[in-house]
Each structure stands twice: as C-alpha cells, then as structure tokens.
Design a protein around this ligand. Structure first.
Ligand code: AP5
Length: 214
C-alpha cells in the first residue's frame, strides 16, 4: 500500500505516519526529515536547502523530486510507503505519478488532514522530539508519560526544530495555501482523496485514518 498524508504544517502528518508504520509495516518517507538530514550532513542538497527551509519556503521541485527518487530506489520501500510532506506542488504530484508508474506501483489513497490555521501555530510552536529516536511530543497535547524520558526509547535528550517559530510557521502556511492545498482538487479528480478531521485528538485521528483506509 502506498499512501500520501496531505496537510498543512502541524496537521499531524508525522505523528500519524509514525503510528501507521507500526500498524501497517509501511515505510515513512518524510521529505522534511530527508532534507534536515541533508542539511545536518552538509551535503550539496543540504547546502541548497538550508536557507530556504529556515525561511519556511519550499525547496525546489528538482531537489525534492531527486531526494524522493533516490529514497524510492532503496529496497525497503517495496513494503509500501507513507509519503509525509510530499508532494507539495503540482510538479511534485506529477513526478510521483511517474516514479510510481516506472516501478509498476500504484497510489492507493491520499489522506487529507483538515485543521484550522489558528490551531497550527500552537501545535508547531509546542512541538519537541526525542533526540535519539525522533518520537514526537507537544508541550501540552502529548507530553512523555514520565517527565523528561522518551516513552518510545527511554532517552532523556529532546530537541526543537529551528523552523518551529511563529514567523516561519506563517511563511510555511502561506506556501501551503498557495502551492499544496490545490493538490486536494488534483487528487479529488483521481477518486483517491479521503478527508479526516485533523482537529480531533491524536488517537481519534488515527482511528479515522484507519477507517478511511479499510
Ligand atoms: P516538513 O518537515 O514536512 O514540515 P511541515 O509540512 O511544515 O510539517 P510539520 O512537520 O511541521 O508538521 P506535521 O504535519 O508533521 O505535524 P506533527 O505530526 O509534527 O517540512 C519542513 C520544511 O522542509 C518545509 O518548510 C520546506 O522548506 C521543506 N520541505 C519539506 N518537504 C518539501 C517538499 N515536498 N517540497 C518542498 N519543500 C519541502 O505535529 C505537530 C505537533 O502537534 C506535534 O507536537 C504533535 O505532538 C502535535 N499533534 C499532532 N497531532 C495532534 C492532534 N491531533 N492533536 C493535538 N496535537 C497534535
């Protein structure tokens, strides 16, 4: 099964993708994570992406499509992929159609996560993750069960993303509405679009996604 999680910054794409990988044995392909890894590694892709990401703008289609194509060449993706944060433009959507067709694969569903803009700034500003395993948390909505200790791996170091500030979130929302939200129409036309209420609590959203995928 190959699915896309489509939604604005802070909609919960990464949170739900991690839960779905556990349940369905799929691989999470997050272009944000791949680009942040490239920035941390200081690769050519990372050098080009760094300032663009810090400004909350979209990295070029050429770079992002190249990163996704390389990741899809890795054998673990044969198990099925959850695309998290990709595609984000019409050109990326067409490229994904082509990449999947070249591999004889199909797109099974596109899950659009609907969340009001005014909730998103709070979600993004309150986000932190385990530095060891990447498990996601929130200052108020999802704290570790034991304070300061990751529920998933027991690590005690946490980190916050450099682009998780109110100003950059507004740029990311502008980019979402200009370039990514129109993909809802594109995927409605394919008959694959399923919409869930992303404003419910995390477990309710997870249940709604399982229902639309059943
Ligand atoms: P990326 O890393 O993809 O960031 P994003 O799309 O802005 O999404 P986020 O990771 O901020 O949010 P999310 O939906 O995953 O929410 P999360 O689950 O963490 O991209 C970063 C940058 O990389 C972009 O700005 C761009 O520059 C570049 N980039 C990446 N892909 C690109 C592409 N394809 N093309 C061009 N450029 C690209 O949840 C957020 C918080 O809310 C967490 O704290 C979580 O615990 C909490 N939460 C989640 N669900 C709920 C809920 N239901 N109720 C309450 N709290 C919740």
């Amino acid at each position: 099964m190959n699915i896309i999680l489509l939604g604005p910054p802070g909609a919960g794409k990464g949170t739900q993708a991690r839960m779905l990988t556990d349940d369905f044995g799929l691989v999470q392909l997050s272009t944000g994570d791949l680009l942040r890894a490239a920035v941390a590694a200081g690769s050519e892709v990372g050098k080009k992406a760094k300032a663009v990401m810090a400004a909350g703008e979209l990295v070029s289609d050429e770079i992002v499509i190249g990163v996704v194509a390389d990741r899809l060449d890795e054998p673990d993706t044969k198990a099925g992929v959850i695309f998290d944060g990709f595609p984000r433009t019409a050109a990326q959507a067409r490229a994904l159609d082509r990449l999947l067709a070249e591999k004889g694969l199909t797109l099974d569903a596109v899950v659009a996560m609907d969340v009001d803009d005014d909730l998103l700034v709070d979600r993004v500003a309150g986000r932190f993750t385990c530095a060891a395993c990447g498990e996601g948390y929130h200052d108020t909505h999802k704290r570790p069960v034991r304070e300061g200790i990751c529920d998933n791996c027991g690590a005690t170091e946490f980190k916050r993303r450099a682009d998780d500030n109110a100003e950059t979130v507004r740029s990311r929302l502008t980019a979402y509405h200009a370039d990514t939200a129109p993909l809802i129409g594109y995927y409605t036309g394919t008959g694959k679009l399923k919409t869930v209420d992303g404003m419910a609590d995390i477990d309710e959203v997870a249940g709604a996604i399982r229902d639309v995928l059943a």
